[in-house]
Write a protein that binds this ligand. Structure first.
Ligand code: WA2
Length: 268
């Protein structure tokens, strides 16, 4: 191939990769906005209304009917803050006990808990589990409530399915919280945590298949937050030679970095 043809091929790859990265990022963004709206819905109709206008059946039905608004998520779940002093009353009211994530055994006494009370049907199995007992979920909840922003986990194997997922969390606050509140004020005023579950493997695949000539290009998505230890989020790990293009991705959480890498699968 002459150098002009190589240059042309490189440009084609770059534009195909950038297009895919932009699509993924847009869909992520749309999903993220709707998760924030869902957090406001829970705040309005569960916390600010007495009695609450939302129960598990209502939440699950609403989440299912609006799932098209969150194209990269496979489900949503909502956990509430329960303090040690409130546990007994809370469990009596729910009719179940707070459990640990890994073993599903009754939780020992803790300062505070974050049991899931509502979930989309596909994730019903997390109801009653204390999300502060899982490493990734705990970090996300603590960071979400101190910042007031949407925060993202690294990819990790989800409960039950063991599929690789990423969770985006928004904290819900008592209504009197001012928008310029400090982290300490935010932590105190937090009352719940809305999480969207991103099934990257399946949903990125679906997205890429909507594009033409998907066969000719191989796409990998990585969490590169630790540049020395990138975590694969999507794609097989065949490292072919030949030209490749790196498109940047921004998923809205400045603490996390992501990249899309593309290669041609066929020699010219
Ligand atoms: N939801 C479903 N499956 C999971 C999981 C989870 N977390 N963690 C591990 N497997 C209620 O951020 C708050 C949901 C966490 C939200």
């Amino acid at each position: 191939m002459n150098s002009q043809a190589i240059e042309k091929r490189r440009e084609t790859l770059a534009s195909m990769c950038d297009e895919r990265a932009r699509m993924l990022q847009d869909q992520f963004n749309v999903s993220m906005n709707h998760l924030q709206a869902l957090a406001i819905l829970v705040s309005t109709f569960h916390h600010a209304k007495s009695p609450s206008a939302i129960d598990q059946v209502t939440f699950a039905r609403y989440a299912e009917r609006t799932a098209f608004e969150r194209p990269l998520t496979s489900g949503v779940a909502y956990a509430v803050k329960v303090l040690r002093s409130e546990r007994e009353e809370f469990e009596k009211q729910q009719g179940w006990t707070i459990k640990k994530m890994e073993t599903q055994e009754v939780s020992p006494v803790e300062e505070e808990y974050a049991p899931v009370i509502f979930a989309q049907d596909a994730y019903k199995h997390v109801i009653s589990l204390d999300m502060l007992t899982g490493k990734e979920d705990r970090e996300n909840i603590l960071r979400a409530r101190a910042s007031g922003k949407g925060v993202l986990t690294a990819p990790f194997p989800l409960l039950k399915s063991n599929r690789l997922g990423v969770i985006l969390t928004y904290a819900v606050y008592k209504s009197e919280l001012p928008s310029n509140a400090t982290p300490v004020e935010r932590i105190q005023a937090a009352i719940g945590y809305l999480g969207g579950i991103f099934d990257i493997e399946a949903l990125v695949d679906k997205l890429l298949h909507q594009l033409a000539c998907k066969q000719s290009i191989m796409v990998n998505v990585y969490d590169t937050t630790d540049p020395y230890d990138p975590i694969s989020m999507y794609g097989s790990n065949v490292t072919g030679n030949g030209i490749y293009h790196n498109s940047s991705l921004h998923f809205g959480d400045p603490m996390r970095k992501h990249e899309m890498h593309c290669r041609f699968t066929q020699k010219p």
